[in-house]
Every structure is written in C-alpha cells, then in structure tokens.
Design a binder for this molecule. Structure first.
Ligand SMILES: [Fe+2]
Ligand SMILES: [Fe+2]
Length: 391
C-alpha cells in the first residue's frame, strides 16, 4: 500500500519557513490560526506594485490571449436577468437530506456517537449543521470571488502585455458579477453569512501583497481559481436547487476562461525563468495549496455549532493524514495539478513541487486534462444562447 512520503529534515525546515509550521499536517497548528477581525467592515492590504503602461498596442500579438478576450466579450451574462431568482429555495429541506447522508456515512463506517459531543444531537442539530456548512461554503466562495476581483484589477495594471490587459479587464467584470450573485444568493436564499476563513484570508493577503505580476496570476488564476473550478463542479453536481445549479454553471464557464488565462500567460513567462526563480514559484504554489486545504476543516462552522474542532475532526476526518486520502478533497486539486505540470512547476528543480504534492496526496492528477483549452467546452452561456436561437 502506498504510504505518504516523509520529508527530510532540511525539507521540513524550509516548509516551516514557508508555512509557519514544520509538519504540514499539524492539526493543532492549523486550528490555532483564527480570523480575529470578524467585525471589521474593511480590510486593507498593500499591493506593492508598479502600474505599467505599454505603448505597444498591437492587438493579437498573443493570439491565444486575443482569442480568449474575444470569447469573454461574447459570453458576458447578467446576474440579475439571466438567473431565475423567483425560484423558491427550501434550504432546510435540502439540509435535512444532506444530514441524513452524513449520518448514514458515519453508521456505514461503524463510527459510534456514544461519548462524543454528537451523542445528544437530534434531527434539529444535524440539519442545523448542514445549513451552517452550506452558509459557510457559499460565504467562502463569495470572499474568494472578491479576492479574484481585486487580483484581476491588479493584473490590468501590472501585466506588461496589451492582450493580457484587455483580457484581464473582462475578468474584472466577471468577478464583480460573481461576487454579486453569490452575495445575492446568500442574502435571499440562505439563512446566514460567515466572515472570511483565516486560512483563505492569509492566502489572499499573500497573493495581493506580492509585488511580482506573475505571482498574482499564479496565486489567483492557477491555485485559487483552479480549486474553485473543481469545487464549483462538485457543488453543481450535488445541489438539488435548480437556481444554484444554473448560477454555478454560468460561473464555471467564466472560471474556466480565467484559469486558461493563467495557464496561457504563465507558460510564456515561465519558459524564460531560471531554476532559482522557478523554485520561488514552486514554493508559492505549495503554500497556496496548503492554505486552501487547511480551510477545509470549516473550523468556524464547528465553533458556531458549539463543537470543539478537534472533536469534530476526530469524528469526521480521522486525521489530517487520512484526510489527504479523502477522494473529495483530492478531486479539488484535479485542475491545479495538471496545470502546474503544464507550466513546468511540478518538474523544475528535481521535482520539488511533485514531492510536496505527494505529501498532500494529490500528485496523481498530473496527467489529467489541463485547462489551457477546456474553456471552450465549458462555455454554457453560448450553449444556452445557441439553443434559444436554434443554431
Ligand atoms: Fe470568479
Ligand atoms: Fe475567476
């Protein structure tokens, strides 16, 4: 049976510098990070970047980016009018079904609730947990979308190529629409918001803080949006709500273009980097992957339900090590890993990032389809328009 590789002590020291902890699966260290600014109305981050003009206006000098830009202009949609907000959403009913599955899953694994904080829970608490979990997930989607809005506005300023500035400008509009529709769904269809998760916040701050334009791309387009694309895909498949399904379908069509934008732009740029420069990018990708995985513990949900996070993790995840083998968690990396491979990030420096991805249990996706071209297949807005006009 495959075992998770043990990193050398030198590797652990470097990981400690990158992550703030030497052991990637250290649960105590993960849950000790909490968002202390939960009541703040605004949050300020220095973006440390020069705004760059280019006087080279030749449109289409980068044909792949130009094609993406034309596609983006064509496939804009309106969050107010292209979704049917009149659909009634019975969150409690859906949550009940989810909680029944969750309990059946525990029973199937032979896990007893006796002696745990869950022993006294009835239908009401289990349903409440599922509702809180959905509120939390959609809230994190919304906060991540705002991160994307800020990052792409920054890319418009900092990327030196006109085709990329044009494309990034369309993405700013896309992300504004995404924040808008998730916020509206939370406000009008669900029963509560959550502040941003501490790990997600730390990651977004790091991405925006970095002065190098390509790091905005790597952190946002490849890592955060790669994970979002996979997460939206899973939510789209599992939600019984036709409104959320349609919302996610359109958002995913946009996200596939966004990840493609990252892959197409960075491929050109990374081909010219030295090994030392590539290592910095590999470390950044690893840090982003771990921060994103850390947030899956949903620690704020457990706090709201009055359950100790460690108890909950013991119950549902067994251990962080086991969690790495969770097929749902692994699938969340199914877009990120092939894209990292295409960019040369997996293999550079003697496979530095592949070894780290091995410790997270996600390297097996390296030969899955990358997102450089996939956006064509996921253009749901065009599909619906073609169907409506019979073309
Ligand atoms: Fe988005
Ligand atoms: Fe996006």
């Amino acid at each position: 049976m495959a075992t998770t590789p043990t990193p050398s002590s030198a590797a652990r020291d470097r990981d400690a510098e990158i992550l703030g902890r030497g052991e990637v699966n250290d649960l105590e260290a993960i849950i000790s990070v909490a968002n202390t600014d939960v009541t703040e109305a605004i949050h300020t981050v220095s973006d440390n970047a020069d705004a760059i003009f280019t006087w080279d206006y030749e449109k289409g000098a980068r044909p792949a980016l130009n094609k993406l830009y034309e596609k983006a202009k064509h496939s804009q949609w309106n969050g107010e009018t292209d979704l049917d907000w009149s659909i009634e959403v019975d969150q409690e009913k859906f949550a009940q079904a989810v909680s029944e599955m969750r309990r059946a899953g525990l029973a199937e694994k032979g896990i007893s609730l006796a002696g745990t904080p869950f022993a006294s829970w009835g239908d009401k608490e289990w349903t409440a947990l599922s509702m809180e979990s959905q509120n939390w997930s959609l809230s994190q989607f919304m906060h991540g979308e705002q991160g994307a809005l800020l990052c792409t506005a920054k890319i418009v300023e900092t990327v030196p190529w006109i085709d990329a500035k044009y494309y990034a400008a369309t993405q700013v509009m896309d992300e504004a629409r995404h924040v808008e529709v998730f916020a509206k769904y939370l406000d009008t269809k669900l029963n509560g918001h959550y502040p941003i998760n501490a790990h997600l916040k730390m990651l977004l701050d790091d991405i925006i803080n970095d002065s190098r334009w390509d790091m905005t791309y790597l952190g946002m387009q490849i890592m955060v949006e790669g994970l979002a694309l996979a997460a939206f895909g899973m939510a789209h498949q599992t939600t019984p709500d036709p409104l959320l399904k349609q919302l996610l379908r359109y958002v995913m069509g946009d996200e596939a273009r966004h990840v493609a934008f990252g892959v197409l732009s960075l491929k050109e740029f990374y081909d010219g980097l030295t090994d030392a420069e590539m290592l910095e990018r590999q470390e950044f990708a690893f840090e982003a992957a771990v921060r994103m995985r850390d947030r899956f513990l949903q620690q704020e949900v457990w706090a709201r339900m009055g359950i100790d996070v460690k108890e909950a993790v013991k119950m549902f995840d067994v251990s962080a090590e086991e969690k790495n083998k969770d097929p749902f968690q692994q699938l969340l990396f199914s877009k990120i890993v092939p894209n990292c491979k295409k960019l040369g990030l997996l293999d550079a420096n003697d496979g530095w990032l592949r070894k780290r991805f091995d410790t997270l249990g996600v390297s097996q996706f390296e030969d899955w389809v990358d997102t450089g071209e996939e956006y064509e297949l996921l253009d749901e807005v065009s599909k619906d328009r073609d169907a409506a006009t019979g073309s």
